[in-house]
Design a protein around this ligand. Structure first.
Ligand code: FVH
Length: 288
């Protein structure tokens, strides 16, 4: 069992620390607001009085705070202690922020692994939780048994920004689903019906439509948006217009639907009305 320090004891950091304790690790914790460490001390954690003491106490440091500004502030207090240490940062941010922090940590002599948590706090340590990692392969391999205690662990590659990129891509899919659900629910509720009673129709429909994703992904990867098109974009834009018009008629704001309609219209205006809806990706891709 390893010695692990957890810095940041918000809802997620506390769940990470509690799980590591429960699974038999020797855990040191630190939080900016000390009172949040008390329940963990009761469960067997040692409390460090500052970030440097926490980093020095363990073979592995896990950092999980609200954002990268906070992560930078915490690590700045521990920079002397970082030399020769392994650092896993599970704070949510952008790929650029992750790469910048990786470079900073490596300059201080630490080996850096970035992570994206695909779970909510009660899922930590349970089946179904996933944490994506990228950055130091050596840190991942050295600590995989401990990391596996938290969630299924998946290493995406040596580029420290990849975990953040994939995390945000997965969240994009989730928020697309939620915005579609909220709009669909508002339409149904406008008839005085219950949204819960609509779910037996919506869930299988979404499941069926997710079956079209491999075909769309293939078209995106090949750039061939006009191959074997069943429901072309021009037809789908008409459906989107109908949804927007019906929303207004029903007293529902068309705000979730309009961006998709606008992007589809741009693509059609570019002469791609007979292509598949996969081609809309070309209207949002920009050169970096
Ligand atoms: N909770 C969730 O459902 C999601 C699931 C997916 C991953 N996220 C990310 O995890 C990071 C931490 O989220 P959290 O849920 O633990 O967040 P809070 O409960 O709000 O706790 C925030 C902690 O950050 C500390 N903190 C804030 N500012 C500073 C600072 N300037 N210096 C040091 N620490 C700071 C805060 O400390 P305190 O307010 O208790 O003193 C908490 O420990 C996050 O990236 C999510 O996106 C969670």
């Amino acid at each position: 069992m390893s010695r692990i320090s957890v810095l940041g004891l918000g809802a997620m950091g506390a769940a990470l620390a509690a799980t590591l304790i429960r699974k038999g690790h020797s855990v040191t914790v630190w939080n900016r607001t000390p009172s949040r460490a008390e329940p963990l001390a009761g469960a067997g954690a040692r409390i460090a009085t500052n970030p440097a003491e926490a980093v020095a106490a363990s073979d592995l440091t896990i950092l999980c705070v609200v954002d990268y500004a906070a992560a930078g502030a915490v690590l700045a207090e521990a920079q002397e202690a970082l030399r020769g240490r392994d650092l896993v940062n599970l704070t949510n941010g952008t790929p650029r922020e992750a790469k910048k922090l990786a470079a900073w940590a490596e300059e201080k002599g630490a080996a850096y692994l970035d992570g994206g948590i695909m779970a909510i706090p009660p899922m930590i340590g349970e089946t179904g939780a996933l944490i994506l990692y990228s950055g130091s392969d050596a840190v991942f391999e050295r600590h995989k048994p401990s990391l596996d205690a938290l969630a299924e662990s998946r290493h995406l590659g040596g580029d420290a920004g990849l975990a953040a990129l994939y995390d945000l891509a997965l969240l994009s899919g989730m928020y697309g689903l939620f915005s579609g659900f909220l709009h669909a629910g508002a339409l149904v509720a406008s008839s005085g019906r219950r949204v819960g009673d609509f779910l037996p129709l919506l869930q299988p429909w979404l499941q069926a439509m997710s079956g079209t994703l491999p075909d769309l992904a293939g078209k995106i990867d090949s750039g061939k948006h006009s191959d074997t098109v069943v429901s072309n974009l021009a037809m789908q834009a008409t459906a989107l217009e109908n949804i927007a018009r019906a929303s207004t008629e029903q007293g529902v704001a068309p705000d979730f639907i309009e961006p998709m309609l606008r992007l589809a219209a741009l693509r059609i205006a570019d002469g791609h009305g007979n292509d598949d809806i996969s081609g809309v990706i070309e209207t949002i891709r920009r050169k970096k």
